[in-house]
Structures are given as C-alpha cells and as structure tokens.
Design a protein around this ligand. Structure first.
Ligand SMILES: Cc1ncc(COP(=O)(O)O)c(C=O)c1O
Length: 390
C-alpha cells in the first residue's frame, strides 16, 4: 500500500466508525476545509467582490487565490475557473450559452458512459437550437469507451464533444487525449466531466487536450460546490447567458450571482490538501484497494462485478465499481450493508445511459462502492464480509 500516512483523523465525519464507500456520491469533509469555511465566516471578510473597502478586497483576493490553486490542481497553466453551486449548474450555464450559437445541422457528441449532467444539458440545448446530439456507446462487457466509438461520430458538423473523465459507476477512464485529438481535427471543442476523475488521479488539462473541464469539490473532501476550468478563448469570447452587470472578464463572467465565498475558502483548503498529499500516492492507494475489493468480490459466489474481467482489470479505472448479488435487489444489499455500518449506494447513480449497456435495470441499477482517500484495508474487508453474509 502506498504511504498516505495516517489521515483518517483529518476527517471528523469518520468518527462514528462507519466504513464509507459512498465517496463517489460525496466524500467526508477534511478538517482544514471545515475550519477554513468557519474561519472565513467569522473573519469579517464575508462581503462581496469589487468593493472599495478591505473586506471586499479580501473577497477578490480569495477568488484569485482559489482560482490559482484549482488551476494548480488541474495542471492548468492558463485559462480560468468558474465557481458555482454544482457541476450540473455549471454545465447548464455553459450549454445554455453554447446553445445560442448552435443551429439546425450542428451536432454534439455525448456518450453513454457519462453522468446525466454531461448529457441532458446538451440534449436540452440542442433541442432548443434544432441541433442534434449523437451518442457514442461504450462496451458494456469491458466498460471501456473506445476512442473509435466517439471518432466514428465526428464530422464537419460536430461542434462539441462531451465526454467523461471517469465513469462514476464503473470507474473506467476513456483515452481523453486521443478523443480530444480526433475532435479537434474536425474543429470541435471538448468538454470533459472530470467530477469522478479529479479525486483519484493527477489531472493535466493541457495533456488531456480538453477545452473545458468540470469538477465538484464535495467529491474531493471539500464543500458542496462546482468548479469549471475553461480555456482562455472560451472564457473570454464565448457569449455568456448572464445578467448585464456581470464582470466582463475571468471566471466571474460565467458565474451566476455572488460566489459562495465560504465555499471558496473550503475549496482552497481541500485542493491544497490533495496537492500536498500528492495525486500519485492517492492513485496508488486507490488502485491497491480497488484490487483488494475486486479479488474479494470475484471470489464470492453469487456476486457479479459489472464490466470487470477480473481482479487485475484496474488500469485506467478510478477505484469505483458496481456489483450485483444473486437473488437480492441492489437496494436490499445496500440496506443489509447499512445494517453492518457499511455505506454504499444503489441505483443508477445518474449514469442513466450506462445502465442498458451494463445489462442493468434502468432504475434498480446495481450496488456501487467507491474507495476514497480515507478508505482502509479493514474497510474493504468489512464490506466483503457484509456482502458475503447478504
Ligand atoms: C461523474 C459525475 N459528473 C457529474 C456529477 C454532478 O455533479 P454535481 O452534483 O456537482 O452537479 C456527478 C455527481 O455525482 C458525477 O459523479
């Protein structure tokens, strides 16, 4: 196991002794992030941006600071960051603006591997504009989205490609640089949903080749908020869908209303924690525990792991999986695990399009378990024991 050190005490929410595999839906919050939010609100700096007094200056400084830190987390040497209440809200704002420039004949490519927040906003914008959304299919047996599956849909009419950085149900990570190259070759721009990727591997938006990258800090030990990185030209030139007094530059140009400054303070602390801990160590930790989980689940009779060829199938996968237990509905399994104080999710987890390729019921879905930075080998063993006695 990679040396992450003893970090569990940094998460007050773990004090009740539950084994938490619900991180893909929202992680426990880091102590420093909790304190940063409370400190901000106690500080007197809680004001608004662009004023003529020190507290307003502090708001400007905080936004600048957290923009720089999030850029650092995403490996971005340029571009800006739009902060909002959630990634879904950020993508809605983006597609609402993009939709005004779309028209009949224009095409957007989405994928069946994606969370619905990177599908339906595009479908709604396309519907409004008379444009078309084409869906690239992933392979339900391997869980992989082949680059060709996207590339085959690209053409001179493609304006945007919206693709996940990692599936929030089965963890698989598409080859984003190859997909971005193919999209750029036809003049399309690329939006990557990085919500499930960011907590698990180092991100470099330049190397990935994306034009927009979304992430949500409550998936990486911070507050409930979304942060959307955008390339400079899009940030500055794409016509926004916003109210008139909105700032004309930077991420604020895209933001709806006043930023949640307390959230920005919490995001700053959480992002710094990831950077200080080191994404390579976090990735190793996740891979080791994913392997342990897979070995155990594949060994249990009556348990089927979705889109997994075996315990060694851990490359290019976030440490998140879905499984079924023969004879039990996913919700029943989740309830039985809860009785053993093991938290997992059941259902489709908003990966609406992914259920059919995986052979799952569209509503009941499967049981989902995800490894977080604070997950231990003991947690994994507790989960396996609880599943075995289901
Ligand atoms: C992969 C993925 N994308 C997008 C979202 C939506 O994020 P938010 O809740 O911030 O809108 C989620 C949330 O679970 C997710 O897992």
């Amino acid at each position: 196991m990679a040396p992450l050190g003893d970090i569990r005490h940094r998460f007050p929410g773990l004090a009740d002794g539950w084994a938490r595999f619900d991180g893909p839906a929202g992680t426990q919050v880091l102590d420093a992030s909790i304190e940063a939010m409370a400190d901000w609100q106690r500080s007197g700096s809680n004001a608004n941006a662009h004023g003529a007094f020190p507290a307003a200056h502090a708001c400007d400084a905080l936004e600048e600071q957290v923009t720089a830190t999030v850029r650092g987390l995403l490996g971005a040497s340029s571009g800006g960051v739009v902060f909002g209440p959630s990634t879904t809200a950020n993508v809605m704002a983006l597609t609402r603006a993009i939709g005004r420039a779309l028209g009949p004949g224009d095409e957007v490519v989405c994928t069946t591997l994606d969370h619905d927040s990177n599908v339906t906003p595009w479908v709604l914008a396309a519907e409004d504009a008379g444009a078309t959304v084409r869906m690239a299919d992933f392979d339900g047996t391997t869980g992989r989205l082949a680059t060709e599956s996207v590339a085959d849909l690209l053409g001179p009419s493609t304006r945007w490609v919206a693709v996940t950085g990692a599936s929030n149900v089965i963890g698989t990570m598409p080859d984003l640089p190859a997909i971005a190259d193919a999209a750029h070759a036809v003049g399309a721009r690329v939006v990557v949903d990085g919500v499930h990727r960011t907590p698990h591997v180092a991100v470099d938006v330049g190397a990935l080749g994306c034009d927009v990258y979304t992430t949500s800090s409550y998936k990486w030990y911070g507050p409930h908020a979304g942060a959307m990185w955008m390339a400079d030209d899009l940030l500055a030139d794409l016509p926004v869908y916003n109210v008139r007094p909105t700032p004309s530059t930077g991420g604020a140009r895209w933001q709806y209303g006043t930023a949640s400054y307390e959230s920005l303070a919490g995001i700053e602390a959480a992002a710094r924690f990831l950077l200080d801990t080191g994404m390579d160590a976090i990735e190793d930790h996740g891979r080791d525990l994913l392997r342990r989980l897979l070995v155990g689940l594949h060994d249990l009779s009556g348990v089927r792991v979705m889109a997994s060829t075996g315990p060694e199938d851990v490359a290019d996968r976030a440490p998140t999986l879905q499984f079924l237990v023969e004879g039990r509905a996913p919700v029943e399994v989740a309830e039985r695990l809860a009785a053993a104080r093991v938290a997992v999710w059941d259902g489709h987890n908003y990966a609406v399009e992914a259920m059919a390729p995986l052979g799952l019921d569209p509503e009941a879905g499967a049981v989902r378990a995800g490894v977080s930075i604070y997950t231990t080998e003991e947690d994994v063993d507790r989960l396996l024991e609880a599943v075995a006695s289901c």
